[in-house]
Ligand binder design. Structure first.
Ligand SMILES: Nc1ncnc2c1ncn2[C@@H]1O[C@H](COP(=O)(O)OP(=O)(O)O)[C@@H](O)[C@H]1O
Ligand SMILES: [Mg+2]
Length: 242
């Protein structure tokens, strides 16, 4: 469903991604982990076609992201780290914003789509609230409702649980796996929360200084002897004990 081949990216002279290769099957949930500044967000943006990688190819649902960006983008939903909602628009307009750019729906179909998208993220009845009236977790869920409104095959998440309390994190994790179960969505999830990743991901890709240094099952990740991975694992164990 997602194929990244020999992808490299530089901002000016700064090489941020080096020869990334990643294949993600339909319905799979793959977590992208790694140190801060390691290139996780950049990789997600290169896959979404928001950045043209300096080298390499990306195809999503068999469409080249760089050669047919408009078509490729129709297969993808993106959940941004900051939720990225329009503060001056109610939840309904935030969700329908992208829909109206791509589909001409009558009022009844629009309402049905809105109701369905909100129900999937357990926010039924919130359409008239403004972002300032929402908690952090609710904002993330509105971001998810917006991403799923166009029934994408692929959803890209940038740190969907960062800054959330453990219970809300658990609910977002549940939603990500529900979307796979109910809609067969393929997911790439940037995260630094190992507990959350262990709950949801089939595989982990770990980025260190722009290179994938681990790509494999979530189970084998803990045994990796890469120093950056060992550090993350130890840090997570300490946090869990506290
Ligand atoms: N638009 C940009 N212009 C220049 N440098 C950038 C830009 N976006 C990110 N970077 C740099 O690329 C590196 C990787 O950033 P990023 O992908 O955001 O890392 P991560 O998400 O893993 O924390 C960082 O050193 C960052 O400063
Ligand atoms: Mg980032």
């Amino acid at each position: 469903m997602i194929s990244v081949r020999s992808l490299s990216h530089a901002f000016g002279t700064k090489q941020v991604l080096k020869n990334i290769n990643l294949e993600v099957s339909e319905g799979e949930i793959v977590a992208i982990m790694g140190s801060s500044g390691g290139g996780k967000t950049t990789l997600l943006r290169c896959i979404a076609g928001l950045i043209n990688a300096t080298e390499g190819e990306v195809t999503v649902n068999s469409t080249s992201v760089y050669r047919e960006p408009e078509k490729a983008r129709l297969s993808m939903g993106m959940v941004f780290q900051s939720a990225a909602l329009f503060d001056y628009l109610p939840v309904s307009q935030n969700i329908l914003f992208g829909v109206r750019r791509h589909l001409k729906l009558n009022k009844r179909d629009e309402d049905a789509l809105l109701t369905d998208s909100l129900a999937r993220v357990s926010l039924k009845g919130s359409e008239n609230l403004y972002p300032s009236e929402l908690s952090g977790g609710m904002k993330k869920r509105v971001g998810m409702a917006r991403a799923i409104a166009l029934s994408p095959k692929v959803i890209l998440y940038d740190e969907p649980t960062t800054g959330l309390d453990p219970i809300t994190t658990y609910q977002i994790d549940q939603l990500i796996t529900d979307l796979r179960k109910n809609l067969g969505v393929t997911s790439l999830v940037v995260s630094h929360d190992l507990a959350s990743v262990q709950r949801i991901a089939d595989r982990i890709a770990f980025l260190d200084q722009g290179e994938i240094v681990y790509l494999g099952p979530t189970a084998g990740f803990l045994q990796s002897d890469h120093p950056a991975i060992q550090e993350l694992v130890q840090k997570s164990q300490t946090t869990t004990l506290l």
